[in-house]
Design a protein around this ligand. Structure first.
Ligand code: ADP
Length: 628
């Protein structure tokens, strides 16, 4: 069966997502032609409604996790980082400029200004940003407190007044971070990213000149010097990260340490919300982290973007973003289970489809009737699910492969199936050739598809449901121009009635009943030969996520200790210790020779290892420490 997957783009954009998916053989959702739930991926620039998380079907993915506003809105981020600083020390959480949320923190801000004036003299600069705007809108820089005028909620942040400059131009780094899962925390950072330049030379005596002080493309592309050739920077206002790496080589710095410090910022920032994000296994999110380097090469976190811009303004955008989206789709790991959508929704003759009664019963059972849990409904539902999910014979004895699959079930999304929690459906698909899977993943997929043979779908939504309300509005840093009009509030309904939720202010995490595990399709087939195929490995029964997917490098978990620390209870202390250790090793690795054996587990397989994110050709941690 030729299987096509269907994507749905909210409000027509972003175009690059459409382009990449169409190239991979996907079809675009058309509401005239298709049923409401007849799609595999729904992409929105703004927040999903709670009901959309609530009603997810097994084959559906969303491009946002719920409740990430804690890092994607400027005031929430400032508040969360302040809390972490108080708990874990300001030495660790020293990567974001001191910030005050006004009007609430006005008195504290005044006393800080006063203190700084006494210790540092008058030359302290501040930047004021509206909390719920993005793309440089409403931002200004000031030195004298009398110039601070605001009529909405803002954050006032220490202005990093000694940025690293390239030929006199300020720049920042846009780092693309994919959180594959919050439970267990699984993070990938893309090797490529963007360097975004201001288009006029940096000058502290002209604080009003936004073309010299802000690096937003949305501002600089309207600047008078956008198109002119600028010394070393060139035309426009962007570089790819690869070009930036060339620049770094010419600097006398410990480059690996710089990348690791950026990596630490990403992990430490995500740790601020990880315990409170509900588990939603079919969500994947791409965040844009904005990092500014100062003249001493210290990286500073400026903000986290909820919907990083995906517009293609220049060649650097095309190079980076198309590949980024393609790798993201690979990371989403569409497999055969996702094609069940098509079986359920026969496009032609939908109403008469032989699957239709099954589907409507399925839908009725799962989402509409919400009958009370009871044996009768379980007994009714199980055969229905089997009808949908069981395309092949199921009376085969479990092969070795199938027993692997049985040990590595994939979570289905947390649809509201309380009544049939116990119902499990086993899907034993026949051996699928690369060709078949390429149909699903797309011929342009850079993922090695040859190893997926079978899967099992585990219990539908075995999550425990809590009743917690969203405390913050979902207005966030969406810097995608296509989403300008839609920084809308999410519905005020309760997300967590359908998704596994975590009590607030707890660092311990209740783990989903069945840990989510990636099948072993991720191997990066055009990567250096030394990259091991890892998706299949397990450590003490715990699945190790693949270390790279396309140009996405797994940055968390990065060793056995962090894997364990994130599986059951999220042990932030252990994670922080491990980050310290690794950073310390990298800081000294250029000077000291370290001996480190690659440990073998019982079966002689290599234990957990990680690639060092950052360098163009990233070495394995174990290899790096062995060879330095
Ligand atoms: P927005 O969401 O509007 O893009 P940002 O926080 O990213 O807001 O700020 C926009 C730009 O302003 C950044 O890209 C950076 O160039 C500059 N900027 C922001 N905060 C600081 C700061 N604390 N120090 C120096 N420059 C900053």
């Amino acid at each position: 069966m030729a299987t096509s997957l269907v994507f749905r783009l909210h409000d027509r954009g972003p175009e690059v997502v459409r382009e990449v998916l169409l190239e991979r053989g996907w079809e675009e959702y058309d509401e005239e032609e298709r049923e409401k739930e007849d799609w595999n991926l729904y992409w929105r620039g703004s927040a999903f409604r709670n009901s959309e998380y609530h009603n997810l079907l097994p084959w559906q993915r969303l491009n946002h996790h719920p409740k990430t506003v804690g890092i994607t809105r400027k005031d929430c981020l400032a508040r969360n980082l302040r809390r972490m600083r108080a708990t874990f020390g300001s030495a660790l959480y020293d990567f974001s400029p001191t910030a005050f949320i006004l009007p609430n923190d006005y008195t504290r801000f005044l006393s800080e200004c006063h203190k700084l004036r006494l210790t540092r003299g008058p030359s302290v600069y501040w930047i004021c940003k509206p909390v719920d705007l993005s793309r440089g809108r409403g931002i200004f820089i000031f030195e004298d407190i009398k110039d601070l005028v605001y009529d909405c909620s803002v954050i006032v942040q220490r202005y990093i007044s000694n940025p690293l400059l390239i030929s006199g131009y300020k720049f920042d780094l846009r780092i693309y971070v994919c959180v594959k899962s919050f439970h267990p925390l699984t993070v990938y950072i893309h090797q490529d990213g963007l360097v975004r330049f201001a288009t006029e030379k940096y000058n502290l005596s002209s604080l009003q000149n936004l073309y010299a002080h802000l690096t937003n493309t949305s501002i600089n592309k309207f600047g008078p010097f956008y198109k002119s050739q600028k010394e070393r920077v060139g035309q426009g206002c962007k570089w790819t990260m690869s070009k930036f790496r060339h620049f770094l080589h010419s600097q006398d710095i410990n480059e690996l340490l710089l990348w690791q410090r950026i990596n630490n910022i990403v992990t430490l920032t995500l740790l601020t919300i990880a315990p409170t994000v509900p588990s939603c296994p079919n969500c994947v999110e791409l965040f844009g982290f904005d990092i500014l380097l100062d003249a001493k090469f210290k990286p500073w976190l400026l903000e986290v973007n909820y919907s990083p811009a995906l517009t293609l303004d220049c060649q650097a955008d095309i190079t980076v973003k198309k590949r980024l989206i393609s790798d993201l789709i690979d990371l989403m790991n569409y497999t055969l289970i996702d094609s069940f959508r098509e079986r359920a929704y026969q496009r032609r003759g939908y109403k008469n489809s032989c699957f239709n009664p099954v589907l409507s019963k399925f839908k009725e059972t799962t989402f509409q009737k919400r009958r009370s849990a009871g044996k009768s409904s379980q007994n009714q539902t199980l055969p229905l699910l089997k009808t949908i999910h069981q395309p092949e014979k199921t009376n085969q004895r479990p092969s070795r492969q199938n027993s692997f699959v049985a040990n590595n079930p994939r979570h289905l999304p947390p649809v509201d199936l309380n009544k049939i929690q116990a119902a499990r459906c086993r899907v034993i698909t026949k051996t699928h050739t690369d060709k078949t899977l390429n149909l699903i993943l797309g011929s342009h997929s850079r993922t090695n598809v040859s190893v997926v043979k079978s899967q099992m779908c585990s219990a539908l939504a075995p999550w425990l449901m809590d009743n917690r309300r969203l405390h913050e509005s979902e207005v966030t840093n969406c810097d995608d121009a296509e989403t300008e009009a839609e920084t809308e509030l999410s519905e005020g309904t309760d997300v967590s009635s359908s998704i596994h939720d975590i009590p607030p202010r707890r660092l311990g995490i209740r783990r989903p009943a069945v840990p989510w595990k990636l099948p072993d399709i991720h191997s990066g087939n055009n990567r250096p030969a030394r990259t091991p195929l890892e998706g299949n490995t397990a450590l003490n029964g715990q699945h190790i996520p693949p270390l790279r997917v396309g140009d996405f490098i797994r940055t968390f978990p990065f060793n056995t200790a962090t894997l364990k620390a994130s599986q059951h209870e999220l042990d932030v202390k252990v994670i922080i210790q491990e980050l310290h250790k690794l950073t310390g090793q990298l800081a000294t690795s250029g000077k000291k020779r370290r001996r480190q054996e690659v440990k073998k587990d019982k079966d002689g397989e290599e234990q957990f290892d990680s690639l060092l994110w950052g360098p163009k050709d990233p070495p394995l941690l174990s290899q790096h420490f062995k060879s330095t």
